[in-house]
Design a protein around this ligand. Structure first.
Ligand code: ADP
Ligand code: ADP
Length: 228
């Protein structure tokens, strides 16, 4: 489902971020991406959701060769990938409902379907009763649930989450992990970059460690492996 073959990424200013990444992530896996700051984790994630393109190498996501993707095909690929950020990135002037529905409007889903599916995912994340609230009226954990609802509303096959618990207290973080596990259980691949040692060492899953732009460890039911 996600395949990288000798992937290199050098930013325009000459910074080498990834240097020869080889990896296969299968359908329905849950993968943690760990490693020190500046190691290349975010770049790895950005390549998957096509925010950046590789300098060299072959990358395919859901059978699409991402490197050679024609501009007009990008929306189709993006629709199949949900993205969750550390800082939520909700639109502040839109309600919870509108934030989630917007992701379906962008891909021109029929109106009736938007209404049904948006309420369905808000119920799944436990926030149906907050549909009319603005993001600022919600706690951090609730805002992240809205962001997750937005990420899954188009039924993507992959969720990419870049430190989704980075701004949350421990208890709230466990709730978010439960939700991500449930989404994974229902058939969505999850790739999650994290510095949360507690979570990685407790909810054991595949661990990919990146250091200085290369994969230095790839372990099933792995551990966090760093001191902080
Ligand atoms: P991580 O997520 O592990 O902290 P990143 O992928 O963000 O690592 O960064 C990897 C390297 O690429 C770092 O040296 C970082 O400074 C650099 N980098 C990231 N984004 C850019 C950019 N847009 N332009 C130049 N260098 C960048
Ligand atoms: P449908 O979308 O037809 O209702 P499913 O309920 O089987 O079908 O879920 C399909 C998609 O819904 C999944 O691929 C995923 O993107 C999303 N999904 C899975 N689990 C959850 C969940 N816990 N909360 C919200 N959406 C989910």
């Amino acid at each position: 489902m996600i395949e990288m073959h000798d992937i290199w990424k050098t930013y325009p200013d000459g910074t080498p971020a990834l240097q020869g990444i080889n990896i296969v992530i299968d359908r329905n896996e849950f993968v943690y991406v760990v490693g020190p700051s500046g190691a290349g984790k975010s770049t790895f994630m950005k390549l998957i959701y096509r925010e950046e393109v590789p300098t060299k190498g072959q990358l395919s996501v859901n059978g699409f060769n991402i490197g050679k993707l024609k501009q007009r095909k990008i929306p189709y690929v993006r629709r199949n990938i949900g993205v969750v950020f550390q800082d939520f990135r909700l639109l502040p002037k839109l309600s919870v409902y509108e934030n989630v529905a917007f992701a379906m409007e962008v891909v021109e889903s029929p109106k009736r379907q938007i209404r049904r599916r948006t309420m369905e995912v808000l119920e799944l994340v436990g926030l149906k009763h907050k549909a009319s609230s603005l993001p600022a009226q919600l706690s951090g954990g609730e805002q992240q649930r809205v962001a997750i609802a937005r990420a899954i509303v188009n039924s993507p096959s992959v969720i990419v989450a870049d430190e989704p618990t980075g701004n949350l207290d421990p208890e709230t973080s466990w709730g978010i992990m439960k939700l991500l596990e449930e989404i994974n259980f229902r058939g969505t691949t999850i790739v999650m970059a994290t510095h949360n040692k507690e979570i990685v060492n407790t909810l054991r899953k595949r661990v990919i460690a990146i250091e200085r732009g290369t994969i230095v460890r790839d372990q099933q039911r792995g551990d966090y492996g760093y001191e902080v």
